[in-house]
Design a protein around this ligand. Structure first.
Ligand code: GDP
Length: 698
């Protein structure tokens, strides 16, 4: 028998182990050169298939598809389209690997449609057990109309099967996988009529790619069948979608991935972390740990900061010449800045934890775990990230919904995200909890205040989910969605990345919300220390005339509180008092609630300013002490008691109180309709809940 040399093209995505397969086939029989005129490396070698048949193996550059975007990829198409090339293959061997079959098969189906005899190599078979992957090779062969060699170039198995298949290449079916004309039947019909002797898919590639094909005809095909660039792109996308549909259907029949059977560490971790029960238990446990730590760890720096700014304020007051300017500094600016700085520890700790979860790869498991549940509520697994990062601020969270492909899911996520407790609510919660919840431990180790905080976070989250459910039912939008989540491997978080994230988030809080807080603090100080002419300016004379029997320090108290009541702010607060009295709030709280519509964190600052204006006694310098000492002048009861405290906490948990968030929702939904609905619904709901809570508890 005559010596025969078969030409074999080795094709595949990068990193599938193509080089390893090439080495297995050729051993040391390799030559490395360049393709003429370009710097792309050309590797070829010989493999002995039988006594008198050899194969010349051409290792083509790694490529993801035949939609060429680089000269490397062009090399592949030009060879496969040019029957006259001396290297034009008798048989194409497409190398794929078990873990990324879906992606790898895109290229395979394209090569197959060129109707060249094609063999599919599925490499890295040694990883199948590790990953819990089972393949039904006969079914796959039938679906893909090809012969498959399942090999492991690492374990050196299956190579002989591959050689055998190459040797018998003439038995391979050359039927295409996809009917190209399905992309645009009318257009392909015309193509077919114009070039009856050419393969449609080849013509299509020539039209879409800048490659040489039967040099004579190329220009002819192009000029008579030109389409606009965007139209071609659209059709190419259509082609890709059709191919993936075909691949999905094929893999459904011929591939089984059972994570419970996978044996590598990552698979075992995945199995636990995304487990139907343990997955949630672990996630919940981690959340509990985070909130406990935020409360426990940040109380020390927060007390320190609180004290520091109180001291600074009294220092300024005693050492600067008395007057308007000193008041501005000691009662407006210093407490205002203190009101920003004090949140830094909590925000920093929260982001420390969130970025560790993200960096370690755990967050993606949470997304995966949550998808099943979230879908029931009209959300996507991806909504969990905005909902969780909404714990920092709704603004970046709402911007972060952009990666949710489905518009309805995205809109719902945008609408419900403000229910999650943002960092601006944290100080309000923190101070109210410190006032009304005793500093006790339950079950030996759980801090009761921490538990309350967690309860509020859960209430916000629960409300978000519930509203999503309702919105999903009432919103009439029809959008289909596919869920693809990339599971990154587990990593020890890089300190640098975590640190940068913490610094960035804290900085954006200070420069974003901080500016508003400071400006409002100063404005509120002004409104609190100035009033309409007569009653305000004559405060001393009026109070003196009324209370001639009192001591001078008592008189000063009276004057201060009279002044506050008659300041601009007092007048505004009193105006809304009838509306908020049923919730257990007085006009001072009313002022704080109103001013916190600009930004919730202003609440504490406002109260601080109000009380520092209204009080002069030096023992009561911290905000918390001032609030705790506040009594109703009529009943003598404490203003911040359990009932009014809970009512306020709930009001803040549900109300839409952030102009910046409304602005971002308008921007992202491109309509005022949605922010207005949010404002009315959320604040109305908050009012009703706070009302019920106060009336039930008082
Ligand atoms: P190419 O980019 O397609 O040429 O891929 P390479 O041959 O360079 O291989 C990519 C990576 O996959 C390397 O780290 C190889 O060690 C690994 N690899 C190749 N074949 C196998 C195999 O059969 N099993 C396993 N587990 N790894 C393999």
């Amino acid at each position: 028998m005559q010596n025969k040399i078969l030409k074999v093209a080795l094709i595949g995505n990068p990193n599938v182990g193509k080089t390893s397969v090439f080495n297995q086939l050729t051993g040391l029989n390799q030559q490395v050169g360049n393709y003429p005129g370009i710097t792309v490396e050309k590797k070829q070698g010989y493999s002995k298939l039988s006594e008198n048949v050899k194969a010349k193996i051409i290792d083509l550059p790694g490529t993801y598809s035949l939609n060429a975007s680089s000269i490397d990829e062009n090399v592949v198409i030009e060879l496969l389209l040019n029957k006259n090339d001396e290297d034009f293959p008798d048989v194409a061997v497409v190398v794929s690997e078990v873990e990324n079959l879906k992606r790898n098969l895109l290229l395979f189906t394209q090569i197959k449609d060129l109707e060249i005899p094609t063999i599919l190599v599925i490499n890295m078979a040694d990883r199948m057990q590790l990953k819990g992957i089972e393949l039904d090779i006969p079914v796959l062969e039938q679906q893909l109309k090809t012969k498959i060699a399942l090999i492991s170039s690492r374990k050196k198995t299956g190579i002989d099967t591959l050689k055998e298949l190459i040797l018998n290449y003439e038995d391979l079916p050359t039927e295409p996988c996809l009917n190209a004309s399905g992309i645009d039947p009318e257009y392909f019909d015309k193509l077919r009529k114009a070039f009856p002797n050419q393969l449609l898919y080849k013509l299509w590639l020539v039209i879409t790619q800048d490659v040489n094909f039967l040099n004579l005809e190329r220009n002819e095909i192009k000029s008579s069948f030109t389409k606009s660039h965007s139209e071609l792109k659209r059709l190419q996308q259509k082609e890709t979608i059709k191919r993936y549909q075909f691949i999905n259907d094929t893999l459904k029949l011929g591939q089984k991935i059972d994570l419970t059977k996978a044996t590598d560490l990552r698979a075992r971790l995945d199995r636990i972390l995304t487990h139907k029960i343990f997955g949630y238990v672990i996630f919940f446990g981690i959340l509990l740990l985070i909130f406990q730590s935020i409360f426990d760890w940040s109380s020390v720096p927060m007390d320190f900061i609180d004290e520091l700014f109180a001291n600074l304020s009294s220092f300024a007051k005693t050492h600067l010449p008395p007057g308007e300017f000193t008041d501005l500094i000691s009662e407006g600016l210093i407490p205002g800045i203190g009101g920003i700085v004090i949140f830094i520890p909590q925000i920093a700790f929260l982001f420390l934890f969130i970025s560790i979860l993200e960096e370690s790869g755990y967050m993606s498991r949470v997304v995966f775990l949550m998808d099943k549940i979230m879908r029931k509520f009209g959300l996507s697994g991806k909504s969990i990230v905005p909902l969780i990062s909404g714990t920092a601020c709704a603004i970046p969270a709402i911007m972060g919904t952009r990666n949710i492909e489905n518009w309805k899911e995205r809109l719902i996520t945008i609408l419900v995200t403000p229910f999650t407790t943002c960092s601006a609510r944290l100080p309000v919660y923190a101070i109210l909890i410190a006032l009304i919840i005793p500093e006790k431990r339950v079950l030996g180790f759980l801090n009761l205040q921490g538990l309350t905080l967690m309860g509020l976070y859960l209430a916000g989250f629960g409300m978000a989910i519930l509203s999503a459910y309702i919105l999903n039912k009432i919103l009439k939008l029809n959008c289909k969605s596919y869920f693809v989540v990339e599971m990154p491997s587990y990593k020890i978080p890089l300190f640098r990345n975590v640190a940068i994230n913490v610094v960035e988030k804290t900085k954006s809080f200070v420069t974003g919300a901080g500016k508003i807080i400071l400006a409002l603090s100063v404005i509120l100080w002004f409104l609190g220390s100035h009033g309409p002419k007569e009653s305000f300016d004559n405060a001393e004379a009026i109070v003196n005339a009324k209370h001639q029997d009192k001591s001078s320090s008592e008189l000063e108290d009276e004057i201060n509180s009279y002044k506050l009541e008659n300041s601009y702010i007092g007048i505004a607060g009193k105006m809304i008092e009838p509306v908020i009295r049923p919730l257990g709030y007085d006009w001072k709280i009313g002022v704080a609630v109103v001013s916190s519509f600009a930004a919730r964190e202003v609440f504490v600052g406002t109260l601080a300013t109000i009380y520092s204006v209204g009080s002069h006694s030096d023992e009561e310098v911290t905000i918390k002490n001032r609030m705790a000492a506040e009594v109703n002048p009529v009943t003598g009861n404490k203003i911040f008691n359990f009932a009014s405290g809970i009512s306020l906490l709930l009001f803040y948990a549900f109300a839409m109180q952030c102009i910046s968030t409304l602005a971002i929702v308008k921007k992202e939904t491109n309509s005022w309709k949605w922010p207005v609905i949010q404002l009315v619904f959320m604040s109305g709901f908050a009012y009703v809940i706070a009302l019920i809570a106060y009336q039930a508890l008082k």
